[in-house]
Design a protein around this ligand. Sequence first.
Ligand code: EPZ
Length: 417
Amino acid sequence: MDKLLITGGRPLEGEVRVSGAKNAALPIMCTALLTEDPLKLTNVPALMDLRTMAKLLAQMGVEVGTQSDCGIELRARAVTNPEAPYELVKTMRASVLVLGPLLARCGQARVSLPGGCAIGARPVDQHIKGLQAMGATISIEHGFMNARAERLRGARIAMEVVTVTGTEQLMMAAALAEGTTVLENAAREPEVVDLARCLRMMGAKIEGAGSDLIRIEGVGSLAGAEHRVMPDRIETGTFLAAAAAAGGRIRLTGAAPDTLAATLGKLREAGARIQTGDSTIEIEMAGRPAAVSVTTAPYPGFATDMQAQFMALAAIADGAAQITETIFENRFMHALELQRLGADIAIHGNTAVVTGVERLQGAKVMATDLRASASLVIAGLVAQGRTLIDRIYHLDRGYDALERKLGALGARIERVH
Ligand code: EPZ
């Protein structure tokens, strides 16, 4: 199994280009099920999860063609097998996003329940309730959701929790429904907006994406489209947090600064100098960062997917920080591994109190989930000596060539088999 070996203690210098967003590309790939025409996507990151989604769609009958330069072409002339098997869904919970499109296109779907996850229970009750409100019958048998609907009908759906993929699921289903759907308490994440942008290019009638009230007027059919996937704001934030922790000066290109306001605000509070352009972000950190406290919240609040990286930053900051996780009930696994590197962290329920230390020491650690692994990489960049990170398959699910990009910024990092 691959591991990452990092020798810490060097500031980051230089320029890298951020990749397309995993969490936008995944739902957008599912829109291919909503039309017989080709969907051409560019700026698609080279990630394990995207390959899993392509495999999932292909086994349903979708033609999948990869193009050079981070492009993919999908075409569902016919959906011959409206089923998402457990073997694929268990490796990637976002597979559940095929449920709504399959129902809208085929009137039936059989999708494995995603099951548990390292960071929390993560039920899909809002997905199910929303589709049922649109007239679907959904039974759960033998670990599968069996769904049927002659034609989905528009409905007013007040979501009980703010859910990103739940909002995306219902938006896709409603695009081909009869009548109008209104989603209340909808997620406002930029990835939801990017999905709505693609659906509108396919002919969908959607208003309000980016707000907590989304209105979708169903249409009879959708056409193909060409769509450029938005930049990955979490990958961007990860590089910025790495530079704030390790020190130095980096420039990120191909970025979307307007999707990172909460993260940039906290980095400035830590003492970083930040300049933004339309698609560039430059950060410079001289000296030890100041401790900053964060509380995660749905967008535009501070992203839960940046929490672990900020815990690594707090581990070497000047002072004590409070890190409060409000979205997932078990998203502090990285704290125990950071303690192995010498971090001073005390956990009280959903709050971690991190007292910065002068220096971390390199050690062997283990990644437990995608963003936890990113926090261990950041800690390894600042730790004295060498850090060996095990189970980096977690990292490969969401970061496109991370060690190559960090290497280009001067980091001493290598993949060891
Ligand atoms: C998306 O997951 C992202 N994944 C996650 O990123 C991200 O952490 C999360 O949104 C929050 O921002 C993708 O977009 C593929 P939620 P999602 O439904 O949609 C509860 C990463 O690191 N809930 O918004 O699955 C749920 O348990 C990943 O890239 C219900 O109770 O998250 C959680 O507490 C990790 N019932 C809260 O809502 C439901 O039906 C928010 O979850 C759905 C969710």
